[in-house]
Write a protein that binds this ligand. Structure first.
Ligand SMILES: Nc1nc2c(c(=O)[nH]1)N[C@H]1C(S)=C(S)[C@@H](COP(=O)(O)OP(=O)(O)OC[C@H]3O[C@@H](n4cnc5c(N)ncnc54)[C@H](O)[C@@H]3O)O[C@H]1N2
Ligand code: MOO
Length: 337
């Protein structure tokens, strides 16, 4: 690629609307040294006296050749091509444009698409990992071109790939899904809690995780380690049409661990018992007539980043969790346990 954009020297008074070819420095001895004007800045009426003040009677301006784009415009056009619903663009800063979420939600980014764009060369598209929670105002990606000036054809190619993605998938390559407020039934198993030997600490922890994402526990039941009692409660909560049923306690290998068997016996289709993520490996994911049913292992009570915390935003965004989604959680799923 040979760039034909040229530098031209012009008197300051004739620079209105032209683009600075490089940063201009201002020095005030003892108090300031820094950039007064940034490379790529388009000169305005008000800038002219300020430029004369820092001793610039002539400037180098950039004359973009036909079919070439300045880095700021290239970044803006690419960001616009990638972005979908609930994504806002930042202003170009040092040639890069940020994509930020306008809400708390689930960020969707297609990894194959990101690779395809970066494989074009002369482009950086850096993103967070998709299918994760993003807070309102949180940055999910940033993009730029590498040289100061690029062929417009490169940006057009990005726009074509983005358009093709939209056609195939019915959505933009980068977007954020809103979370739905859900009503949740919580079943707390464990004889030690049921009998009052110890205070329930799982309930408050699960409530806090749900409320932070706009959902709430509608009802909580304490149940002893008795398979039939747990089954009955699951069926009761299904009949009450809660959006999701969560169970805590008894998820591992002790003789008193009745919860996975009870979830199965209630008629739940088990997507997977056991999740390749640490912490949270003993999590069970299933569906009972379309209602998500999860068995939550002990670490969910005290650890802020478990397999439950990864799956919850997806469930609240209304996504169905499949076996392959659980399988994929192992790569990058070691958080320390
Ligand atoms: N040999 C193995 N040991 C453990 C395994 C395993 O697979 N093999 N799994 C480990 C993992 S991972 C977890 S997590 C823990 C606990 O799993 P459970 O979900 O079965 O938890 P419990 O045994 O029911 O309880 C553990 C601990 O937490 C207290 N607890 C439970 N519920 C409440 C509550 N609502 N409020 C307060 N405290 C609660 C309970 O009394 C126990 O002290 O197992 C590992 N070990
Ligand atoms: O499932 Mo355990 O909760 O990994 O620590």
């Amino acid at each position: 690629m040979s760039i034909r954009t040229r530098l031209r020297e012009v008197p300051v008074e004739q620079a209105l609307g032209l683009r600075l070819a490089h940063d201009l420095t201002r020095i005030v001895p003892g108090s300031f040294k820094g950039r007064a004007f940034v490379k790529g800045h388009v000169v305005t009426e008000a800038d002219i006296p300020a430029l004369l003040d820092i001793g610039k009677a002539h400037l180098y301006v950039m004359e973009l050749a036909e079919g070439e784009l300045h880095e700021d415009e290239a970044a803006l056009r690419m960001a616009e091509a990638h972005r979908g619903e609930r994504i806002e663009l930042g202003r170009p800063h040092e040639g890069k444009v940020a994509l930020k979420s306008s809400i708390q939600g689930l960020v969707k980014i297609d990894p194959a698409y990101v690779n395809e764009i970066n494989d074009l060369g002369d482009i950086a598209l850096a993103t967070v990992v998709g299918d994760r929670l993003v807070e309102a105002g949180g940055q999910v990606a940033a993009t730029r071109v590498i040289p100061l000036v690029v062929e417009e054809a490169l940006v057009s190619r990005v726009e074509e790939l983005a358009a093709r993605f939209r056609e195939r998938h019915g959505r933009a390559p980068i977007e954020v899904k809103p979370l739905r407020p859900m009503r949740i039934g919580l079943i707390t198993t464990g004889g030690e809690v049921y009998s009052g030997r110890i205070e329930d600490r799982f309930g408050p922890a699960v409530r806090a995780k749900l409320e932070r994402l706009g959902s709430s526990v509608s009802e909580q039941a304490l149940v002893p380690d008795d398979r039939q009692r747990i089954v009955d409660k699951i069926v009761e909560y299904k009949d009450k049409e809660y959006d999701m049923i969560l169970l805590t306690g008894g998820m591992s290998v002790d003789p008193d661990d009745r919860t996975p068997g009870a979830i199965r016996a209630a008629g739940t289709d088990i997507v997977r018992y056991g999740t390749p993520m640490l912490p949270g490996s003993m999590l069970l994911m299933g569906y009972l007539g379309g209602t998500p049913v999860l068995g939550l292992p002990g670490c969910v009570m005290h650890d802020p980043h478990t397999s439950f915390d990864v799956l919850l935003p997806r469930l609240l965004a209304g996504e169905e969790i499949r076996r392959e989604d659980i399988t994929a959680m192992g790569y990058g799923g070691l958080y320390g346990c």
